[in-house]
Design a protein around this ligand. Sequence first.
Ligand code: MF3
Ligand code: CO
Ligand code: CO
Length: 249
Amino acid sequence: MIIVKTAEELDAMRASGRLAADVLASVARSVRPGVTTHELDELAERLIRASGAKSAFLGYRGYPGHICVSVNEEVVHGIPGPRVIQLGDIVSIDVGVEYHGFVGDTATTVMVGVADPDVMRLVATGQQALIAAIEKARAGQRLSDVSHAIEQTAVTAGFAVVRDFVGHGVGRRLHEDPQIPNFGPPGHGPKLRPGMTLAIEPMLNQGGSEVEVLGDGWTVVTRDRKPSVHFEHSIAVRDGAAVVLTCVE
Ligand code: MF3
Ligand code: CO
Ligand code: CO
């Protein structure tokens, strides 16, 4: 069942979304050669705690980090640790916070002195896929119109979408109905209604779409070990254009 939020709930979700976006921006600015992914996690922990919020990820099905940090061939759910960021890396950061009972969930991929034009194009296409999907997230559209926009943007640029992980509804819980695949034909699924809140999260691979989970039980990597990007916003459906909840103001 897809939960429709009231105006008051949407106000609370703007607050949690803004906080998630603020934390993400701070962590993204701190990504540089020499920093470890654990140091990025510590920064996020401090910022989330200082705001009176908590990580929506820590302890979720036993996840051990405050954020997810996924480097190069890592797609999502990278566990922060001793890995040192190098020049030429792409680093996906995913932040989820719970604040006054509501979750904000947002991710971005940062380039660290990337010189490879095809990797730059992968990053730009991931960003475009998220924007194209948000443009489709209007009342009256079907859910799969959002999915289709992501796949279309990726495939047109010559990249593959990850099929094994999906976007989702977001609200009092990190993962609510519906699941939002990053592919599919247009015109299917439930009709979008004002007050639905969705976490839309394209994952695009430079090579094939296949992924696998490492022995730590969390880190998702591309099977061909080619780079992958991840972008995510939590949005609210309205009449007309959606509102991006996870934006810095
Ligand atoms: N942030 C992921 C998402 O966007 C979920 C992370 S699962 C966790 O849905 F266990 F790592 F928290
Ligand atoms: Co996320
Ligand atoms: Co999410």
